[in-house]
Design a protein around this ligand. Structure first.
Ligand code: ATP
Length: 358
């Protein structure tokens, strides 16, 4: 009985640039990255930032304008798509409508030099892996969207590629199904130890499935890190704003001692990791859940007036007017005594605020 295995390999970009045709602005501008074998890495960013172009360059469906691409340490920069050991799952599934599920999965294997028996067994193992063992004789039109996507995943898996690419695989599914299929993809990836590069513009999806996220903006990498790093320590205003919500403040770094900085934000005094910043004006990002509302006039806090309190079931949302504009605060404590119109203070717990670049 055939078993689907992983031939997972690393992916590396060295100063890769892509300029399409006669356009002057690069779609991808001098990016370098390294994706470890066996990891699921997401390319995340707004429309037009260069995610799909990056994915297609790994597949060999687009050629680089300059730079180098390595898969498993081997230079594949000039190799055509057919000579790269990479499979891609598209958002449209791209199943053949006149072929059964089994025939669809077997189709790609036919070109890979496998014998009839091996092909049949691999297709069966692939369909089992995605939980569709009993659907082999159906046509794609007799399946739900989620099931069709699983067929597309099986078809890519049976080739045992070094790298598996997903281009917005869930965008045609409704919200509930999206959550389930993304968990299935993650489970299979972890079970087999596959290298997966996954494109999405949905930040929640990226946070949920990824070992690492590469955030792209305007053809460059804005930040590369684990979901937790990106959320808790955004490097710049773009990432702070794109992943989750953030309050952004103009502040003043008054001194730096070793790795620590003393920061003034109006009357509030904060001790923060310096993150390479020097003394002078700086920018600060704080997640709404990392601020705390308290009685007015507490030392070291930011004074303000409570403008709005909104109950949203699982938590409370506060809007506070301050000298820095409106500040958004979330509290899990829904039994608050604070009322709109009253003076309050905003406290900055340790590990909440982070210094960022523009
Ligand atoms: P989306 O989320 O909308 O798919 P994306 O982040 O995947 O966006 P890309 O599709 O990689 O972005 O596009 C990056 C830039 O390159 C965009 O400005 C786009 O218009 C341009 N571009 C993409 N494909 C081509 C092409 N075949 N010819 C010319 N320009 C292109």
């Amino acid at each position: 009985m055939a078993e689907i295995r992983s031939n997972a390999a690393s992916v590396e970009f060295k100063n890769v640039t892509k300029i399409y045709g006669k356009s002057t602005a690069p779609a991808v501008n001098d990016i370098s990255l390294f994706i470890e074998a066996g990891k699921l890495v997401t390319l995340l960013g707004p429309s037009g930032c260069g995610k799909t172009t990056t994915l297609r360059m790994i597949a060999g469906l687009e050629m680089v304008t300059s730079g180098q691409i390595l898969i498993g340490g081997a230079d594949v920069t000039r190799l055509p798509a057919t000579d790269r050991d990479v499979s891609m799952v598209f958002q449209s599934y791209a199943l053949f409508p006149h072929m059964t599920v089994t025939q669809n999965v077997e189709y790609g294997l036919g070109f890979s030099g496998f014998g009839k028996k091996e092909t049949t067994e691999r297709a069966r193992a692939g369909l089992e892996l995605v939980g569709l063992s009993n659907f082999g004789d159906r046509l794609p039109s007799q399946l739900s969207g989620g099931q069709q996507q699983r067929v597309a995943v099986a078809r890519a898996l049976v080739l045992e590629p070094q790298v598996l690419l997903f281009d917005e695989p869930l965008s045609n599914l409704d919200a509930k199904l999206r959550r389930r299929v993304r968990e299935e993809i993650r489970e299979i990836q972890q079970k087999l130890g596959l290298t997966v590069v996954y494109v999405t513009h949905d930040q929640e999806e990226a946070l949920a499935v990824s070992d690492r996220i590469i955030v792209m903006n305007n053809a460059v990498i804005a930040q590369d890190g684990t979901p937790r790093e990106l959320y808790e320590q955004p490097a710049n205003a773009f990432v702070a704003d794109f992943i989750g919500e953030a309050n952004m403040f103009q502040c003043e770094v008054v001194s730096v001692e070793g790795d620590g900085a003393t920061v003034h934000l109006g009357s509030a005094v904060l001790k923060l990791p310096a993150r390479g910043r020097k003394s002078g004006p700086a920018k600060l990002a704080v997640r709404p859940g990392r601020l705390e509302i308290g009685e007015p006039d507490r030392p070291g806090t930011l004074p303000g007036t409570l403008e709005k309190v909104t109950y949203v079931g699982s938590h409370l949302e506060f809007v506070v007017a301050t000298e820095f504009g409106e500040v958004f605060v979330i509290s899990p404590d829904v039994d608050t005594a604070f009322r709109a119109g009253q003076p309050v203070s905003i406290g900055f717990p340790e590990r909440g605020p982070v210094l960022i670049t523009d």
